[in-house]
Design a protein around this ligand. Structure first.
Ligand code: NAD
Length: 504
């Protein structure tokens, strides 16, 4: 599998971890036990606000993954026959654990990822909502049927679990993204393997410690830390029936192709370039704070983040000026500190990559109206900080208008009409989320109808579907058929068995 060049915070550490250091060495959770990885390589995990090493994570091997699949296969026989109501009860217990440890989990997210504590709390809450929806599994798993499809012949549809399933997660939502999958898969009667991002493995470690308290039989849930080798082993392993991936578009495409070639059910969510449209009739006093949060929340490291602001006609100057003022007012710092509204980005290489995009925007001729490149945070000199930047007069074909920056950079692009804004969006291969700010129902309706992206906000900055709705984009932002959570999850994690019956 080719290796797309992707910035990684998990710098290569010693081949074998040093002993006697005050840094936790992470283990895998396989078959109901914490077990050491057979890795020969370990990566340092950093606190991005301080630049300090907070853990070492193993780059687990195909052998580790195989051990997890074996445990999950063994557990499947019993778990798939466990009544759905009892399976759901484990998720009620998990929900209680998550509530009890809510604040602790949010702090872990902030410490390993960098986002502010409020943002981390929001993401943990969103994850818990997935567990809540999965608790309704017995109702969602019901089948249907019809008498007399022919004389004295009846037909029923029953949902059955499909086997061992796996999820591969990105760095930007360390607690939440695995919860898009695990609760649904488990309540449907499948057994499960999580491969967290090697840049942020600590939230999942805690999550699995909490899952240990939930009466799940050994092997139902498994955690394998690592990177590319584990991902490739997941795609290829004949014992895994379904794969969920979330990450950048190049890897999402590869995972989709490789895992579906191996005969698996796959849903693969990729990267984004999200357009936010501001109409001349938009309520800017209420809209700009929402737009600012969309572009700079989580330091721009969100697949639903606004990236290009398409200002229609006379909206351009006021929207741009208000966005610059609001971005300048953000307080950048350690996300654990009160009053901080924007944390660091994930890693030094990623900060440098974002800076490189700002340099590129300048050299391509866009107007840098707010320059965040050299921002420093006094009491955190080693953190991976970059301030908010705003470009004006960006042409959609410029690199900063096309590529996913995944950092706190807004590109303002004036357009003449709503039609032109829609055409700009249509030309882009990604189609994850988009938003319009307007007071015209007609414009909103037309926009929502024509938008290429699958998640559309009307006067909403981050159009994130809740756990009971489907989540996922289109085009190069999503490879597969069934989306994440909501009813789609129950379809993804079950097979519909049709039985046609005649009694003599
Ligand atoms: P990434 O693609 O670098 O990594 C995602 C996962 O793939 C990680 O677990 C990583 O270990 C693994 N991986 C990385 N390179 C690989 C390779 N060459 N072969 C096999 N596996 C590989 O993504 P990231 O940087 O962790 O996350 C950011 C990206 O995720 C952004 O593009 C963002 O838009 C996207 N994302 C999308 C959604 C969505 O819902 N569409 C949600 C969150 C994040």
């Amino acid at each position: 599998m080719p290796d797309p060049t992707l910035a990684s915070k998990a710098s290569k550490g010693p081949l074998r971890p040093q002993t006697g250091e005050d840094v936790p060495l992470l283990q895998n959770f396989i078959g109901g036990r914490w077990v050491p990885s057979t890795a020969t390589q370990w990566l340092d995990v950093h606190n991005p606000a301080k630049g300090t090493v907070i853990a070492r994570t193993p780059l687990s091997t195909g052998r580790d993954l195989d051990a997890a699949v074996t445990a999950a296969r063994q557990a499947f026989a019993g778990w798939s026959e466990t009544p759905p109501v009892i399976r759901a009860r484990t998720m009620f217990k998990f929900k209680a654990q998550l509530e009890t440890h809510f604040e602790e989990l949010a702090r872990i997210v902030t410490t390993e990822h960098g986002k502010t504590l409020d943002e981390a709390r929001g993401s943990v809450r969103r994850g818990i909502e997935c567990v809540e929806v999965a608790c309704g599994g017995p109702s969602m798993l019901m089948g249907y049927g019809l008498e007399n499809i022919a004389t004295s012949i009846d037909c029923t549809v029953m949902r059955q679990p499909i086997g061992v399933c796996a999820a591969i997660a990105p760095f930007n939502f360390p607690a939440m993204v695995p919860l898009w999958f695990l609760p649904f898969a488990v309540v449907c009667g499948n057994t499960f393997i999580v491969k967290p991002s090697e840049q942020v493995p600590l939230s999942q470690r805690r999550m699995f410690e909490l899952l240990e308290q939930c009466d799940l039989p050994p092997g139902v849930i498994n955690l394998v830390n690592g990177g590319r080798e584990v991902v490739e082993a997941i795609c290829d392993h004949p014992g895994i029936k379904a794969v969920s991936f979330v990450g950048s578009t190049p890897v999402a495409r590869l995972v989709y192709q490789r895992a579906s070639h191996a005969g698996k059910r796959v849903q693969s969510l990729g990267g984004a370039k999200n357009f936010v449209i501001v109409m001349p009739d938009a309520d800017l006093d209420r809209g700009i704070p929402i737009i600012t949060e969309s572009f700079y929340g989580c330091a721009g490291e969100r697949c639903l983040a606004g990236s290009v602001l398409l200002t229609v006609g006379s909206a351009h100057q006021p929207a741009r000026d208000m966005l610059i003022d609001a971005a300048r007012a953000l307080k950048v710092g350690d996300g654990l500190e009160p009053g901080v509204t924007m944390g660091p980005v994930i890693s030094a290489p990623h900060r440098d990559k974002v800076r490189g995009y700002v340099d590129r925007g300048v050299s391509d001729g866009a107007t840098l109206a707010l320059d965040g490149r050299d921002l420093e945070v006094d009491d955190r000199p080693d953190g991976y900080f970059i301030g908010p930047s705003v470009f004006d007069r960006v042409a959609p074909e410029m690199v900063i208008g096309r590529e996913e920056i995944f950092g706190p950079v807004a590109s303002v692009c004036p357009v003449g009409s709503l039609d032109e804004a829609i055409r700009v969006m249509e030309r882009h291969p990604n189609a994850n989320a988009t938003s319009i700010f307007t007071s015209s129902g007609k414009a909103a309706r037309e926009f929502s109808h024509k938008a290429t992206a699958s998640m559309v906000g009307v006067n909403i900055g981050v159009a994130a579907p809740m756990a009971y709705f489907p989540f996922g984009g289109a085009r190069d932002s999503f490879f597969g058929d069934l989306k994440v959570h909501g009813r789609d999850a129950f379809d993804f994690y079950t097979d519909k068995k049709v039985t046609i019956t005649r009694w003599f």
